[in-house]
Design a protein around this ligand. Structure first.
Ligand code: SAM
Ligand code: SF4
Ligand code: SF4
Length: 329
């Protein structure tokens, strides 16, 4: 019965609090509501008539490194820089985020917790004044000190799990599921002991042929313990290095909200319009002392990228991203 009712498409969400945005607004107030309203606009055609003067969200890669080697991850497909973000550069980026009043930030590329100063950087970021600060992690390095840094600083933590049995987890992610589950319980316990409702805890599950049969047990195990569960579609990165010549059957239907709301900064300081793997073809600039994120946001390259979507003529990398990649694994 449960099996039939389960969500399996990208974006399907099980939230224990009903509507997630409503709950976040309840927790974080009117400023958060205003930011989410602007965010929602970036998903409509309306915002594309006029650019946001600043990004709404900055995504940072603390370390282009990882303690796992998940079979489905883009990291195996090309050389990585192995960079860990310089703490001085990180501080300057935080000052910029505070100065500009950017409302949201995440650490979501690579494995953020392998950065040698991860706890300290999470705490610094927590003081940057953002309304929404999300960490996406495989969760295996969440020891007590890291949990406390997270509890002091984040609004949400996204923990990627993808399995309910140690065997499937091992096969997909190569790690120890029991250790991860202990870490998740410990996070929830420590949050409970502080009497806090946040950081909200999200678990994610990429739906693939190899783990689809575990969806029911996963939901039963976690739905009443964590704040929400997101099911994600497996994205194939097979063609990312050799971009295909794609002719869009209906270019007027092609849209991407990211260039209208997002900036991504990699561990080596590279600035990009999104955090997909295809963005490596869309380098905007390199972060350096004194560089304003506002100027990157309004740079000719970024403006041209936004215009390409208004003109219904996305570039080759975007066409590959929008039409070439998604398939079920
Ligand atoms: C690239 S990881 C980086 C953060 C962290 N290392 C982790 O695993 O959560 C960010 C998210 O992308 C997801 N992801 C990785 N490869 C994917 C793929 N091929 N298709 C869909 N999602 C993927 C991960 O499950 C994770 O939730
Ligand atoms: S833990 Fe995250 S970054 Fe590392 S290989 Fe897995 S999905 Fe990729
Ligand atoms: S590569 Fe282009 S289409 Fe894909 S998310 Fe980035 S900006 Fe959007």
């Amino acid at each position: 019965m449960l099996e039939n009712a389960l969500p399996v498409e990208y974006g399907e969400r099980l939230c224990r609090h009903g509507d997630l945005d409503r709950y976040l607004i309840e927790l974080f107030g009117d400023a958060y509501r205003a930011y989410r309203e602007k965010w929602a606009l970036t998903c409509s055609d309306k915002v594309q008539e006029q650019d946001n003067p600043l990004p709404l969200h900055v995504s940072l890669e603390l370390a282009d490194r990882c303690n796992l080697r998940c079979v489905f991850c883009y990291r195996h497909l090309s050389e990585q820089t192995n960079a860990a973000m310089d703490a001085g550069m990180f501080r300057e980026i935080m000052q910029e985020i505070r100065r500009l009043g950017i409302p949201a930030m995440d650490f979501s590329l690579g494995e953020p917790l392998v950065h040698p100063q991860a706890g300290e950087l999470i705490r610094l970021a927590g003081e940057s004044g953002v309304l929404d600060f999300i960490l996406t992690t495989n969760g295996l390095l969440l020891d007590d000190a890291m949990v406390d840094a997270c509890l002091d600083s984040l609004t949400r933590i996204h923990i990627s799990v993808d399995a309910v049995t140690p065997e499937t987890y091992k096969k997909l992610r190569g790690g120890d599921l029991l250790r991860l589950e202990r870490n998740i319980h410990n996070f929830l316990d420590r949050r409970e002991k502080r009497g806090m409702k946040h950081p909200l805890v999200r678990l994610s599950f990429i739906v693939m042929d190899s783990n689809r049969h575990e969806i029911g047990a996963f939901v039963e195990k976690w739905q009443h313990l964590v704040d929400y569960i997101d099911f994600q579609t497996y994205i194939s990165h097979d063609f990312v290095d050799g971009l295909a010549d794609i002719v869009a059957p209906d270019p007027s239907a092609l849209r991407c909200p990211d260039p209208f709301r997002y900036l991504s900064i990699r561990a080596d300081g590279g600035l990009y319009p999104c955090c997909t793997f295809y963005s490596k073809h869309l380098l905007l600039d390199k972060f350096r002392s004194g560089l304003s994120l506002e100027s990157v946001w309004n740079s000719p390259r970024m403006t041209a990228l936004r215009q390409s979507f208004r003109d219904k003529a996305p570039c080759k990398a975007c066409l590959n991203c929008l039409l070439g990649a998604t398939q079920q694994g």
